[in-house]
Ligand binder design. Structure first.
Ligand code: AMP
Length: 401
């Protein structure tokens, strides 16, 4: 029996999300989440999808990532899908920052671990958690290939004019300051799925991908390769997000420090956690914002309008970067669900060939679909993202080589 299963692990600082997939048909066998690791009230939620069983949930202390992964392994074993199964081909790990080193999914060995560690200053919150997940999984199954799939990898094709900031070169180089971009797995998956939806090869298609979740980023993809993206050195740059400001004049930071008396850490928290939609109106969930707008709430309306204004600017910018645009693809929680966001983002952009069809845009669904009028020059697509499937597919392709 050949091994066709891949376990995908997304290890955060206090959580581990996982999915077990069978790559023969990309089906999901199990999925779950361990959260609040290190607290008394850690929670494990596991859904045995293959058997169609009920979601199991338990609350109780899970001390650390090692305990969390052991709990995951136990849950999987209860469904006959344990980590010791000979059908497991690989474990795929989401790793946030691959710097300029990792342009592709990579089988993990000690050298790779050391390099991910060297990149910690670029992702001080994420890479350590990813590393802990990898180390723990390696200890549990030392014989099994473990593959790192990097959030930044898809963006490493960005040409220098897009990737560089106009900073003093020596300083930028010394501190590895450049635009790396994030959400790369999603941008890769969605740009390819959009080409498929158009009945074309990725090489023949230019797409603007708008990943609009709680975090949000845009990318310009020419012939399957990323040529620009809105996130930069960190995920703070670019679009207005749930809790992040996106683009601000960097002098706002000096002003807050000098005039506002805020510390660097306070400003960091302000821009990453207390800005964006939540900073503007107190809510970061687009559903709630839409409810408030329907109830004539001015604050929510202004937050929505600022969000859309920024989005439009990036659509316009990426039309200019790409020259020819075949499609714009909306994805992630907001992009897939909020028809009002899609409609508002392209409103008034008819001169760029962009429009949505009201009836098509209102239809909800889980499948990739077009929401532009049949004769539209630039297609507008809604393409549900699937980062776990993309990570599993990349890991599997690598170990089956
Ligand atoms: P993600 O980070 O991709 O999981 O997206 C999460 C965000 O998607 C939430 O914070 C909401 O703002 C948004 N979202 C989820 N479902 C809906 C919906 N049905 N309508 C509008 N926005 C939604």
């Amino acid at each position: 029996m050949s091994a066709t299963r891949v376990l995908v692990l997304n290890s955060g600082s206090s959580s581990v999300k996982y999915q077990l997939l069978d790559m023969r048909d990309s089906s999901r066998l199990a999925a779950g989440l361990v959260e609040r690791i290190g607290e008394e009230t850690s929670r494990i939620r596991h859904t045995p999808l293959a058997s169609g069983g009920e979601t199991r949930e338990s609350v109780g202390p899970v001390a650390d990532h090692e305990a969390a992964l052991k709990a995951v392994a136990e849950e999987l074993s209860r469904d006959g899908l344990g980590l010791d199964s000979p059908e497991l081909a690989a474990i795929g790990h989401r790793v946030v920052h691959g710097g300029r080193t990792f342009t592709e999914p990579t089988v993990i060995d000690d050298t790779v671990l050391a390099e991910i560690e060297r990149l910690i200053p670029l992702a001080p919150l994420h890479n350590p958690a990813n590393l802990t997940g990898i180390r723990t999984a390696r200890a549990l199954r030392p014989d099994l290939p473990q593959v790192a799939v990097f959030d930044t990898a898809f963006h490493t094709t960005m040409p220098e004019p897009a990737a560089r900031y106009a900073l003093d070169v020596a300083t930028a180089d010394e501190h590895r300051i450049r635009r790396y971009g994030f959400h790369g797995t999603s941008h890769a998956y969605v740009s390819r799925a959009t080409a498929r939806l158009l009945g074309k090869a990725p090489e023949d298609v230019n797409v603007i991908v708008l990943h609009l979740g709680n975090g949000a980023s845009a990318s310009a993809v020419r012939g399957g390769r990323c040529v620009d993206t809105s996130m930069g050195l960190t995920p703070l740059e670019g679009l207005v997000m749930g809790t992040r400001s996106g683009d601000v004049d960097p002098a706002v930071i000096f002003h807050l420090a000098r005039v506002g008396g805020m510390s660097i850490d306070e400003i960091d928290t302000l821009l990453n956690k207390k800005s964006g939609l939540i900073g503007l109106c107190g809510d970061n969930d687009m559903r709630e914002i839409r409810r408030r707008i329907d109830a004539a709430d001015e604050e929510a309306k202004l937050a929505f309008d600022i969000y859309i204004h920024r989005l439009k600017k990036y659509i316009g910018a990426y039309c200019a970067v790409l020259g020819r645009v075949d499609a714009i693809a909306f994805t992630a929680g907001v992009g897939e669900n909020a028809s009002e966001v899609r409609e508002a983002a392209v409103a008034g952009l008819e001169t760029l060939g962009l429009a949505v069809d009201g009836a098509l845009n209102a239809v909800r669904g889980d499948e990739p679909r077009l929401v532009s009028p049949a004769d539209a020059r630039v297609k507008v697509a809604v393409v549900p993202t699937d980062e776990e499937l993309e990570i599993a597919a990349q890991a599997y392709a690598l170990v089956k080589k």
